[in-house]
Design a protein around this ligand. Structure first.
Ligand code: ADP
Ligand code: MG
Ligand code: MG
Length: 342
């Protein structure tokens, strides 16, 4: 019979809506070509309040009828052959769902608990990347509580950021995505505003030297023998690739493949595979880079272990350009999940 794929989408994060669009594209891909005979998709929606519901289609369900469909967790879980979590950000991309699926002893698409958790935490991620010598921007990690403790310490911290990192710098909550809570600071006043905004969102903050760079991305697919896609570039006209730019139609452009020297592309693909391996990632991950044309430097910026997966998203488009069309991509991801957990 057909394999029952539990497609988990929605979730308790700012990327809820993106997840729904990603899930719709994936559900569609499971009905195309050979996939129709191989798979049956069971859409499972996680509401913004965290409650789970089995639905009959992918989308944001509405109305009271929902009350009837409150998930009978064990009953439905028993019938799922393989899980496909397509949740972005905290409570989905960060190892929490992966831990639950691990305990249920069923195969699931994507990285396990450790890689997901480390990938979501920008401080841990940079520590791991740094351990294998991957080049990165300069940064300082701090605890949000350091800001509230005493004014003298706060001032000292700002002095340290100014001397070690300089302006502009980027201030980020350690554990978010989609640019939520990220600010670019050009002076002391903007720095303190940015630090306080980030501290509202997370226990830990990372501050980085701002670089003037092109933003390049590379998709990795596989388990123990991962492969890297062609490299893509994102361009936009805003100050940086912020939430608005990411999710407003027409604000950002994808260029695939990126028009960069072949050596830079090779370096990015090699670094992506190295990063995938040191993280112990599995299935899929997208690695994002800064390329500084003036110096030729390539710096790794971050990993996304469950990258955007809409029809227009970078991850599937990079694979399409590398010879793996969307339906084939979801099929391969399920096969990789079975290989890993089977
Ligand atoms: P997220 O996980 O939320 O996507 P990122 O670290 O990728 O967070 O930062 C979001 C965007 O902010 C980047 O795509 C880039 O446009 C900008 N940015 C972040 N850090 C820097 C930096 N150190 N220098 C220059 N731009 C940066
Ligand atoms: Mg991210
Ligand atoms: Mg990013």
């Amino acid at each position: 019979g057909r394999l029952r794929v539990g497609l988990l989408f929605g979730g308790r994060s700012r990327e809820h809506e993106v997840s729904v669009v990603s899930a719709a594209a994936i559900a569609q891909a499971f009905t195309e070509g050979d996939n129709r005979d191989r798979y049956e998709v069971i859409p499972i929606y996680i509401q913004k309040d965290g409650r789970w519901r089995v639905t009959d289609r992918v989308g944001i369900p509405n109305g009271e009828a929902l009350e009837d469909s409150l998930w009978q967790f064990p009953a439905v879980a028993e019938t799922i052959d393989v899980w496909f979590p397509i949740l972005h950000g905290p409570n989905g991309e960060d190892g929490t769902i992966q831990g639950l699926l691990e305990l249920m002893q069923r195969p699931y698409v994507g990285s396990g608990v450790a890689a997901s958790a480390i990938g979501m935490d920008k401080i841990l991620m940079k520590t791991v990347f740094g351990a294998v010598g991957l080049p990165q921007v300069r940064y300082i990690a701090l605890q949000s509580s350091e800001l509230w403790s005493d004014p003298c310490r706060y001032n000292h911290l700002c002095d340290r950021i100014e001397t070690e990192l300089g302006y502009p710098c980027f201030v980020k909550p350690a554990n978010l995505g989609s640019s939520v809570g990220i600010s670019k600071a050009k002076n002391r006043q903007q720095l303190t505003t940015a630090l306080e905004a980030a501290a509202e969102l997370d226990r830990r903050i990372i501050v980085e030297t701002g670089v003037v760079a092109r933003e390049l991305e590379c998709a990795v697919l596989g388990n123990d023998k991962p492969q890297a896609s062609v490299v893509g570039e994102i361009t936009y006209s805003s100050e940086f690739y912020d939430y608005e730019t990411k999710y407003t139609d027409g604000r950002a452009q994808l260029h695939i493949p990126a028009e960069i020297p072949a050596a830079v592309s090779e370096q990015i693909r090699t670094m992506s595979l190295q990063a995938f391996q040191v993280l112990d990632a599995a299935g899929l991950a997208r690695f994002d880079f800064f390329y500084v044309p003036s110096t030729g430097e390539v710096l790794i910026n971050e990993v996304n272990t469950l990258p955007g997966f809409t029809a227009l998203s970078m991850y599937p488009q990079l694979w399409a350009a590398s010879g793996v069309p969307f339906p084939e991509l979801v099929h391969r991801l399920v096969q990789l999940a079975l290989e890993r957990h089977g």
